[in-house]
Design a protein around this ligand. Structure first.
Ligand SMILES: Nc1ncnc2c1ncn2[C@@H]1O[C@H](COP(=O)(O)OP(=O)(O)OP(=O)(O)O)[C@@H](O)[C@H]1O
Length: 311
């Protein structure tokens, strides 16, 4: 086990037509992390994941997964890597358990002994024990996605690579998958999870990398990101012009004002001083919030571009 679960240097993939889908990225995924690999549709996430799994070959750069060079040493290490990429093909008319049994039997690295125990434990891990006998076609989208993760857990893994595991899920299904990822991480599995819906993974990531048109524009821990982000104070009030004046008198930066609210970067000033100054100036405060930018705001700041959340 190395300290770094995934490391790439100058990883590049140019497709035949000349399209550079991944352009010289240096990923560093610490062992034990839940790493959010984030970016809009088409930014190169799936292409990167397919390279990491040895499914397609890079046209430049190097990569290692769990300390082994990919693709050269893929055979040694990929059994320790579970993956959910574009969802496994499950049979609609078979139960969840029967589907896993087929996949388990197809894995030549498994001995047949212990198959039932492996399947039971994978089902239990993803919370599908009670629904194991139900046909796949009757599973909700969240259950289908969890069965996909169960399939990836049919053998013990050190690393899980999940491509858009919350894609197409309703809020309940998204919550289920998010909790599952957090549980797996608590058991010591490193999780590399791609998403174009930043708010869905924001709460569970310890580390993030932002992709934009094939490039990794920022990477680091959530703690680093949070330390770099300045909190903003927003005052809801009918006297937004007066509130703006108070924020300016306090020396706050980047003040904005629109009907019904005024906002500024808080810097080192305690929020209670801002409230006191507003009250002293007779501003009628209806609401007061102090918030750090979310991941989507950060992406927009980093790239100067909006994030296509509809995709
Ligand atoms: N086999 C291929 N041949 C040519 N171009 C490709 C191929 N596969 C992907 N691309 C292109 O590479 C770019 C990156 O695609 P990729 O699927 O990696 O992005 P993504 O971030 O995973 O987006 P999505 O969330 O939509 O899957 C896209 O412009 C895509 O059209």
């Amino acid at each position: 086990m190395t300290d770094t679960a995934i490391q790439t240097a100058g990883l590049t993939k140019a497709f035949r037509g000349g399209q550079v889908a991944v352009n010289g990225i240096d990923l560093a995924v610490p062992a034990g992390a839940v790493y959010g690999f984030l970016g809009p549709n088409g930014s190169g996430k799936t292409t990167t994941i397919r390279m990491l799994l040895g499914l397609i070959f890079p046209t430049g750069g190097t990569m290692s997964v769990l300390g082994a060079r990919i693709p050269e040493q893929a055979g040694r290490v990929l059994p320790d890597v579970g993956a959910l990429v574009e969802g496994p093909a499950f049979h609609l008319y078979l139960s969840g358990r029967a589907n896993l049994a087929r996949l388990d039997a197809a894995d030549l690295t498994n001995t047949r002994r212990g198959s039932a125990a492996r399947i039971d434990s994978a089902l239990e891990r993803v919370g599908l024990s009670a629904a194991a006998g139900k046909r796949y076609r009757n599973y909700s989208l969240g259950m289908r996605q969890r069965l996909g993760i169960a399939a990836a857990l049919l053998r013990p893994r050190q690393l899980l690579i999940l491509d858009e595991p919350t894609n197409g899920l309703d809020p309940q299904g998204t919550r289920e998958v998010r909790h599952l990822i957090a549980d797996l991480a608590a058991d010591g599995i490193t999780v590399f999870v791609s998403s174009h819906l930043l708010s869905e993974v924001e709460q569970i990531c310890t580390d993030v990398g932002f992709m934009r048109t094939g490039s990794l524009v920022w990477q680091g821990s959530m703690a680093q990101l949070s330390a770099q982000q300045r909190a903003r104070v927003t005052v809801q009030t009918q006297d937004s012009l007066a509130a703006k004046g108070v924020l300016a008198d306090l020396g706050l930066a980047e003040i904005t004002e629109q009907d019904g609210s005024a906002s500024a970067v808080l810097a080192d000033r305690p929020p209670e001083q801002v409230v006191a100054a507003l009250v002293a100036a007779g501003v009628g405060v209806r609401g007061f919030t102090v918030a750090k930018p979310n991941l989507e705001d950060v992406f927009v700041q980093l790239t100067g571009e909006g994030f296509d959340v509809s995709g």
